[in-house]
Design a protein around this ligand. Structure first.
Ligand code: MSP
Length: 512
């Protein structure tokens, strides 16, 4: 089986989960589910980033130990993911022993490669951004890394300390060449160009240890130093696949790292350079998505407008949220979350289009043939056109999802649903029933139900629970969505004459 390894960022434990965390994780889940359906051997990783000054300070502010804070937030994530039908294979915590070992092994590997040296550091540090700046990179003597911290014009701290450096500069030319030779490595295109421009501006060696706090992984052989949180965090992608027990883990490299645009520099520059130094293969792809605003405003803790999963799930079905998040904006671009647009999409695309096609088809089958599929007669050009559209859609969805174009994949599926609704109008089964054209009526109803079955399968990575319901009505039996494989069920003609479907029940009741 072809392996497919997909990751989300590991989320900081100094904040509770919000819409942004849900977004990346849902997107990764859709890809994991699609690839499983396609027969790949999927390993889907998510988890939490527990170390660093930011977390230590958040814990101090609450008067608890960092690990106690981490435990609380971890519990939130671990109960949230099943509610959203997230099908991860592993959940990594950076405080775990397996991860400490991996970070220390990575450190030694970098050191043995001559990529780490001890020096003296004098620079400015922005704690919320976990980023170092030189004097000239500051704006009005303040941080302005406004990607990572949307509100950032914050005070920076002068840091002066003994530190270990990673020779980032030594890998600059190799990285540029690699990015140029591998056009699919960083996506979308605009982000790739941004990264190239940044590297071409010159890379400075990176300070990769701190002595001013202790919440982290100690540097091997020099325990007063703690490994810089990004070196620690990025290594999680190797920990989970068995590094360092496996020196060259069989599941590595990752097929895709899904991340937000704010953490692109870490994934597209630091991480590849670390891997080059450690002589490990590059991830196949790094895809940086955009950021959500809420009703036109940036989400922020201070405004208190961050959308929290519990509030969203109290109002909306998890699958409807999954659908909306991936349908509403092209993956890679920024977009706005508004309740009006969620309702509008739900009512038009889910309730009206797919919901209605399912309902009317099953209702007609019940009315005209007691819910039993009849024999298929000779196929008309209209029937062949519908089958060809379905088969084209199956291929297109696969190639679109292979480049993370979720919104286009959904558009393509929706175009087949519209085709199905047109097919109903064009064939007017009620008129066929009236004139007693049973052969043609059976053929038309079969084409509708078989199309719906194949549509539900293609939509199942996006809406696993809803599509399980839809398939249940069609198959008249429980369908284990997680175990479906295209090879067993995606061919036209799977449903047989004499199969009995269920009476329809609306799966997307209209939102008022
Ligand atoms: N711990 C680091 C990642 C380390 S990965 C080796 C981190 N964590 S985070 O919790 O701050 O953010 C995780 C992800 O949430 C990022 O990919 C970020 O883009 C995403 N989002 C945070 N706010 C967001 C929106 N408003 N919209 C979409 N995604 C957003 O960074």
């Amino acid at each position: 089986m072809q392996p497919y390894y997909i990751t989300t960022p590991i989320y900081y434990v100094n904040d509770e989960p919000h819409l942004g965390h849900m977004y990346t994780t849902i997107a990764a889940d859709v890809l994991a589910r699609h690839q499983r359906l396609s027969g790949k051997d999927v390993f889907f990783l998510t988890g939490v980033d527990e170390h660093g000054q930011k977390v230590q300070q958040a814990a101090e502010a609450r008067g608890i130990e960092p690990i106690a804070l981490a435990d609380q937030v971890v519990a939130r994530y671990q109960s949230l993911w099943p509610e959203l039908s997230i099908s991860h294979n592993d959940f990594i915590r950076t405080s775990s022993e397996r991860h400490h070992k991996a970070v220390q092994a990575m450190w030694c590997r970098l050191e043995n490669a001559g990529a780490i040296y001890k020096g003296f550091y004098e620079d400015w540090y922005c704690v919320p951004c976990e980023s170092y700046w030189t004097e000239t990179q500051l704006k009005d003597a303040k941080c302005w890394d406004n990607h990572h911290c949307p509100d950032c014009t914050r005070e920076v701290e002068k840091v002066q300390e003994e530190t270990y450096f990673f020779r980032l500069s030594a890998y600059q030319d190799r990285l540029i060449a690699y990015i140029k030779d591998n056009p699919d490595f960083i996506a979308p295109e605009s982000r790739r160009n941004e990264v190239l421009r940044f590297i071409e501006g010159g890379l400075r060696d990176l300070s990769v240890s701190r002595t001013t706090f202790s919440w982290g992984v100690p540097v091997p052989g020099d325990e007063k130093h703690v490994v810089y949180v990004w070196i620690d965090a990025l290594t999680n992608y190797l920990t989970a696949v068995g590094f360092p027990e496996q020196e060259n883990p069989t599941r590595w490299p990752a097929s895709v790292h899904l991340i937000g645009k704010d953490i692109l520099r870490f994934h597209a520059i630091y991480w590849p350079c670390m891997l080059m130094a450690a002589e490990l293969p590059m991830p196949e792809r790094v895809f940086a998505h955009g950021w959500w605003t809420v009703e036109g405003e940036k989400m922020s803790k201070s405004k208190g407008n961050a959308l929290r999963p519990a509030d969203l799930l109290a109002k909306y079905d998890a699958d409807v949220l999954r659908y909306f998040l991936l349908r509403e904006i092209p993956f890679g671009q920024d977009g706005d979350f508004s309740f009006d647009s969620l309702k509008a999409r739900h009512n038009s695309e889910l309730a009206n289009d797919v919901g209605n096609l399912l309902n009317r088809s099953l209702a007609m089958l019940k009315k005209y043939n007691a819910s039993i599929l009849g024999d298929v007669g000779e196929e008309a050009p209209m029937d062949r056109a519908l089958i060809a559209d379905i088969e084209g859609m199956q291929r297109d969805v696969d190639s679109l999802l292979n480049r993370q174009a979720f919104h286009l994949a959904l558009e393509r599926i929706n175009s087949v649903i519209k085709h199905g609704n047109r097919y109903v109008e064009d064939n007017a089964p009620w008129a066929l029933a009236k004139v007693g054209n049973v052969a043609r009526l059976n053929t038309v109803l079969y084409h509708l139900i078989e199309s719906l079955r194949l549509i539900a399968i293609q939509l199942s990575p996006f809406m696993p629970k809803k599509m399980a319901e839809m398939l249940h009505q069609i198959m008249n039996d429980d369908v284990n969505i997680d175990d479906l494989r295209l090879i067993d069920c995606a061919g036209w003609g799977f449903l047989q004459a004499d199969h009995t479907c269920q009476t329809p029940a609306p799966i997307f009741p209209r939102m008022e």
